[in-house]
Design a protein around this ligand. Structure first.
Ligand SMILES: Nc1ncnc2c1ncn2[C@@H]1O[C@H](COP(=O)(O)OP(=O)(O)OP(=O)(O)O)[C@@H](O)[C@H]1O
Ligand SMILES: [Mg+2]
Length: 113
């Protein structure tokens, strides 16, 4: 199992949701976040002398998936979020040792899907 965490532009959330739906990925957690990448949060909105980092609004998307869904999920997020411009976002893929459905006590892959 893997936990896929994607930081995306907030305005791209509807397109990413659509792409995930088309890839039959229906379970997700979405949060508002602040962040910056290699432009230190500036070049997307401001050009000038940079003295410190500037945190921009981002959406953090988390999807826990079984192995067969890892690549389709990554592909869908890219399809929905990519413009080719800086700030399109980043995807982190983490090993996920366990998942438990609280209602039934199911564990592992059966609890994710
Ligand atoms: N190394 C990192 N660690 C933690 N969060 C990161 C990291 N890199 C990017 N992020 C998060 O992802 C968001 C989007 O990053 P962004 O797309 O700007 O990446 P980038 O590396 O600057 O690439 P680009 O040059 O295409 O802008 C950031 O605002 C931040 O929330
Ligand atoms: Mg950037």
């Amino acid at each position: 199992m893997k936990l896929i965490i994607a930081m995306i532009q907030p305005y791209k959330l509807p397109e990413v949701k659509k792409a995930l739906f088309d890839a039959e990925v229906f379970k997700m957690t979405v949060s508002n976040a602040l962040g910056c990448g290699q432009q230190k949060g500036y070049t997307e909105t401001y050009r000038g002398v940079i003295h410190r980092v500037n945190l921009l609004k981002k959406v953090r998307l988390e999807v826990a998936v079984n192995e067969s869904f890892v690549q389709p999920t990554i592909d869908a997020i890219i399809r929905g979020a990519r413009t080719g411009q800086i700030g399109d976002g980043k995807i982190f893929v983490l090993d996920l040792p366990q998942c438990i459905r609280i209602r039934t006590g199911e564990k592992g892959g059966g609890a994710i899907g």
